[in-house]
Design a protein around this ligand. Structure first.
Ligand code: AMP
Ligand code: MG
Length: 411
């Protein structure tokens, strides 16, 4: 862990992440889950195909199966000798001059190598009229064309998607080994914080961060403990951190990490752990603490809710992914035409909140979602993206290109 706390310099997200990645080691431990509970979990072992997929040659169309040796240059007739249903194969064999009615997914009858779509045929009772230019070897799905027996179906580590679960099911695999959940505890700090439902005295506010973090931490890979609110009391915070460190992999706190008189986190952590206090070159979200209390990692996030959001998404998320063994944490960003003037001073990378849209011709455009203060949740709630502005960038004029990072795949 490199200590940047004595230097007054601001460090970039990349420097912070490099340090964090260097310090973190993946959480050991696996468990067995089944397809009903595996979505989004991280695969711990490679999965291999126990048999070929498809396991038998079958039709990709509703139509007629026939042997291409019967094809003639102009139209011709074949006699239907049976039917092959999905799950109920035709048990005979096609002889020259014969064909078999077949449905999608049904086994190809012995002697047949081609299927023609029913829409291309004229049928009079059992006599099937094939058109000119009938093609050989069409509309057949071959054994193993998807996956061969013993092929690696899924390589660990991989976060399991809906498609992955469908793939595993097609191979008859129901139980799989995944990384165990990361145990995460979090708490808010601040004498001004009140529980929702209690009246607010002057100067008091409700604890937004608790619910913001509860939602951000909702993930099948995490087992989360909400430790509630700590008042700005050194002994209480110290005791809480020491107790939580025993049975959690990660503790996250919000507030109390800057330099105000009541900001005790630094003092406590200097006593009970090894923690860096960084001034990040990002806005929102300048102060950030990262380190260890015994075997438990600690992230001290800023107090302002929009700073919590940005530091959680930009720093904590990739770190937690690394703990579960995942390394692909680069956020999706793309260029958009900026339709608002944006105010910015050079010096810190900014994550301004914006609203991105797509024109009829497919171009992306973005406007500011409103006031950019790190306490202003309403503009973040209206936003659907970050406008990511590089460190040395100044103001942005209307018509300039900017990078945006969408919050979700739906605009
Ligand atoms: P601090 O880092 O403790 O000095 O807090 C910075 C700002 O964030 C102050 O305005 C706090 O009142 C506010 N803040 C801290 N924690 C929370 C919280 N849990 N919910 C809402 N605002 C908070
Ligand atoms: Mg505070």
């Amino acid at each position: 862990m490199t200590d940047h706390c004595n230097s007054n310099s601001l460090i970039s997200i990349n420097e912070a992440l490099k340090n964090i990645y260097h310090t973190l080691s993946g959480i050991a431990g696996e468990e067995t889950v089944n397809l009903h509970t595996a979505l989004d979990r991280v695969l711990a072992e490679n999965c291999f195909a126990p048999f070929d997929l498809p396991a038998f040659p079958n039709s990709s169309m509703d139509g007629y199966a026939f042997n291409s040796a019967d094809i003639q240059t102009s139209g011709f007739d074949l006699i239907q000798s049976g039917t092959s249903w999905a799950g109920r194969p035709f048990d005979g064999e096609i002889s020259p001059g014969q064909c078999v009615r077949i449905f999608t997914g049904a086994v190809m009858p012995k002697g047949a190598d081609s299927v023609i779509m029913q829409e291309q045929l004229k049928v009079s009772d059992k006599v099937i009229h094939f058109p000119d230019n009938t093609q050989a070897q069409q509309n057949v799905r071959y054994i193993g064309e998807d996956v061969r027996q013993q092929d690696c179906l899924l390589a660990a580590p991989k976060q399991l998607t809906a498609v992955d679960l469908g793939l595993l099911a097609s191979a008859g695999l129901y139980e799989l080994r995944v990384k165990r959940k990361i145990r995460i505890a979090f708490f808010s700090t601040g004498d001004e914080l009140r529980a929702i439902g209690k009246p607010l005295a002057e100067g008091q506010i409700y604890d937004s961060n608790r619910y913001l973090l509860t939602a951000l931490l909702t993930d099948p890979c995490y087992e989360v403990t909400d430790l509630g609110v700590m008042i700005d009391d050194k002994a209480q915070i110290r005791q809480c951190l020491l107790a939580a460190a025993v049975n959690h992999d990660v503790i996250i706190s919000t507030g109390g990490a800057s330099v105000g008189d009541a900001d005790y986190i630094k003092e406590i952590l200097d006593e009970i752990g090894q923690v860096n206090f960084w001034k990040l070159a990002i806005k929102p979200g300048k102060p950030l603490a990262f380190g260890r209390i015994q075997q438990c990692y600690f992230f001290g996030l800023p107090g302002n809710p929009v700073s919590v959001l940005a530091t959680y998404q930009q720093i904590v998320t990739p770190a937690l992914r690394q703990l579960t063994g995942l390394t692909n944490s680069t956020p999706l960003r793309f260029k958009a035409l900026c339709k608002s003037q944006l105010f910015k001073q050079a010096g810190r990378q900014e994550f301004q909140r914006g609203i991105v849209s797509q024109t009829a011709s497919g171009e992306f455009e973005v406007i500011s979602s409103g006031k950019q203060g790190s306490n202003i949740l309403s503009a973040s709630s209206r936003a659907n993206c970050y406008i990511v502005l590089p460190r040395e960038q100044g103001n942005v004029e209307i018509g300039e290109q900017v990078l945006v990072e969408p919050f979700s795949l739906f605009l």
